[in-house]
Design a protein around this ligand. Structure first.
Ligand SMILES: C[S@@+](CC[C@H](N)C(=O)[O-])C[C@H]1O[C@@H](n2cnc3c(N)ncnc32)[C@H](O)[C@@H]1O
Length: 241
């Protein structure tokens, strides 16, 4: 648990790097419930703070609340250490929303990049270890508080068949590369309920151009979606049939 209390989160207190006292205040600056939860989640999964990541994750509680009355389960495709899953699960718990939460991940990091994926980031790091490999048992430990989480270990899309009969209200897509992003959209969009939300973590990142290519290709010409891209790089796709 974070040792900060909501009263610590005043404009004078600047715990997150994006806070800039010279710009007009916005509600985000003072959303103590979110910042306390984010700090707690960072501590549980053992990650450092990054301003843009914090802003991307600010969408999660909002998206979860928007789908409260939409039918279907919840999915995260690409969990790494469980940071975004922790936030989503904690909000579900706090809001009293009863649902199953499915996590799909290799737990071995990224798959092999394709031609669409190369960027300065990937070529620079090609000789390093896979930066997103994290053991499944440690993710389970990080999320052990949430008994409604189901784990589907494997390379995308091998384990999607586990949920082929289900529908979904919220799908968080965060697998960085072209092919798994395209496979995820292809499988889950048709199973997303009306008014369901997809959070597209890599929509605007320049580190992983393949994810954006897959998103643009998949949604081109569709009339059943409303989409937004935010300055943090995150995207939202809302189903409108
Ligand atoms: C950026 S991390 C996810 C971060 C997480 N959503 C968060 O915000 O805390 C990407 C994850 O996608 C997984 N991944 C990437 N490509 C995959 C593939 N082809 N099959 C299965 N998992 C994959 C990696 O193992 C990693 O856990």
């Amino acid at each position: 648990m974070s040792d900060k209390t909501p009263s610590d989160f005043t404009p004078a207190f600047q715990p997150w790097p994006s806070y800039d006292p010279k710009r007009p205040e916005v509600r985000y600056d003072k959303d103590a419930a979110f910042h306390c939860l984010y700090d707690e989640a960072l501590a549980v999964v053992g990650m450092n703070d990054r301003a843009m990541r914090r802003q991307r994750h600010y969408l999660i509680p909002q998206a979860i609340r928007q789908v409260r009355d939409v039918p279907g389960d919840i999915v995260e495709v690409g969990c790494y250490r469980g940071l975004s899953a922790y936030i989503a699960c904690a909000v579900l718990e706090a809001e009293g929303i009863s649902t199953d939460f499915h996590i799909f991940d290799s737990f071995e990091g990224l798959s092999k990049p394709g031609d669409q994926d190369y960027s300065q980031f990937l070529s620079k790091n090609k000789t390093k270890e896979n930066p997103f490999a994290f053991p499944e048992d440690q993710v389970r430990n990080n999320l052990s508080r949430f008994k409604f989480v189901h784990y589907h270990r494997g390379w995308i899309p091998d384990r999607f068949a586990d949920v082929s009969e289900k529908t979904f209200r919220y799908v968080h897509v965060d697998v960085d590369l072209y092919q798994p992003t395209l496979d995820t959209l292809s499988f889950f969009w048709s199973r997303l309920s009306s008014r369901g939300v997809m959070l597209l973590d890599d929509n605007g990142t320049l580190y992983f151009p393949g994810a954006r290519t897959a998103i643009e290709e998949f949604f081109a010409g569709r009339s059943d979606v409303v989409r937004f891209e935010l300055p943090s790089g995150a995207g939202l796709a809302i189903k409108v049939v």
